[in-house]
Design a protein around this ligand. Structure first.
Ligand code: PLP
Length: 386
């Protein structure tokens, strides 16, 4: 028998970490009350555990949701959403500028006879056409990202939500690049929001978790699928993420302020051909970003260096304070190269159509002092003009 330590009248101030994979019960009635009468309690950690539930409650508030479910990664949150909304013979619609693994997940679903169709979600008429197409299976889910990778195009969530409502299709918004600090898709009419908690929400590059949240009555079914398919996140990762939440606002706002200031500064640097950030007036979705992202524009930034791939390579070798990492949303600024990383397997013709060139560098801006970042970037292109 495990020792149980009585805490008496005292309560721990910081949330405890419950690593137990199973919970014991006094008798059969106790278990019945949990299963049948909805009494609070836990049975088995793959079904649910206190650290997941605590995190879910806090994040549901952030997302303006009535419920949230934590999953083992962003990809498992997307898997859960697909499993819950499509059966063999249904169609899932998705933006044609999604995170690469999400597009691959949709292709995988064809093995289960779920049809995936990608559409240019920046063209509302094209979305409507795809939603109402009567010669194809009915569309049950539309997936878009608030900010696309790496070009940071902004999804018109309220307009897409209105279209989806009209055609009885759920709208799922992957809000990973924005975080609920600057955009809450449910407030703009989306049915579900999904986050990779691995990124800005946990914020320290030491967690892999995901979240799906909403306001409808889907929670019991989602919890059931999460348990059957084994998609829940580990207690320690939930605990770490819970610990990150009090600083989410500070981190996200500081990173967005840095990104805005850097974007303006980068437009003045002769080594930089193109700067992509929604705060810039020349960004195609500048006005929409102002409306939907509280004017913050986000912490992601992309630049095209003059000199193409060689210039990017030199930047990575010289700007050692901005490491090349295949993730984003850390407190430290990191960079990635879409052509060799996220878009490596996208056909070149498609990359060209989208404007993803060899000189394009994606930056996830952190919370370092601005002057430090500017100095680091100058190191990246030092010797360029010599
Ligand atoms: C926009 C977006 N969605 C989803 C994911 C998947 O999240 P995870 O890596 O936590 O599975 C990522 C990961 O990079 C992402 O960038």
């Amino acid at each position: 028998m495990n020792p149980s330590i009585a805490l008496g009248a005292s309560q721990p101030w910081s949330p405890p970490l419950y690593l137990s994979s199973v919970y014991h019960h006094a008798d059969l009635d106790s278990l019945d009350r949990i299963h049948q009468a909805g009494e609070p309690g836990f049975v088995y950690a793959r079904d649910n555990h206190p650290n997941a539930e605590g995190l879910e409650r806090t994040l549901a508030e952030w997302e303006a949701a009535s419920w949230a479910v934590v999953t083992s990664s962003g990809m498992s949150a997307l898997t859960l959403a697909c499993l819950a909304s499509a059966s063999a013979g249904d169609r899932i619609l998705a933006s044609d500028q999604l995170y690469g693994r999400t597009s691959q997940l949709l292709q995988e679903l064809s093995r289960f006879h779920i049809v995936a169709e990608q559409v240019d979600t920046l063209q509302l008429a094209a979305v409507e056409q795809a939603l109402k197409a009567s010669d194809r299976p009915r569309a049950t889910l539309l997936i878009v990202e608030t900010l696309s990778n790496p070009l940071l195009r902004v999804a018109d969530v309220p307009a897409l939500a209105a279209l989806c409502r009209r055609h009885e299709c759920r709208l799922l918004v992957d809000n990973t690049f924005a975080s609920p600090e600057i955009h809450r898709p449910l407030e703009w009419g989306a049915d579900w929001v999904m986050e990779s908690l691995t990124k800005m929400i946990s914020g320290h590059a030491d967690v892999t978790l995901g979240l799906l949240a909403g306001r409808n009555d889907d929670l019991p079914r989602l919890r059931q699928i999460r348990s059957i398919w084994g998609l829940i996140g580990h207690p320690f990762e939930c605990w770490l993420t819970q610990r990150s939440l009090p600083t989410l606002s500070l981190r996200m706002r500081a990173a967005c302020t840095n990104a805005r200031a850097l974007a303006a500064w980068l437009t003045l640097q002769p080594e930089v051909e193109r700067v992509i950030h929604p705060s810039l007036p020349e960004h195609p979705d500048h006005d929409l970003a102002d409306k939907l992202l509280e004017g913050a524009g986000g912490h992601m930034l992309a630049i095209e260096l003059k000199g193409g791939r060689d210039a990017v390579n030199r930047f990575m070798q010289q700007a050692k304070g901005i490491p090349f990492c295949a993730s984003l949303g850390d407190v430290y600024t990191t960079c990635s190269h879409p052509v060799t990383a996220s878009h490596r397997y996208v056909p070149e013709a498609e990359r060209q159509r989208l404007g993803i060139t060899p000189g394009l560098l994606r930056l996830s801006i952190g919370i370092e002092p601005l002057a430090h970042l500017q100095a680091e970037m100058r190191k990246g292109w030092a010797g360029e003009r010599g």
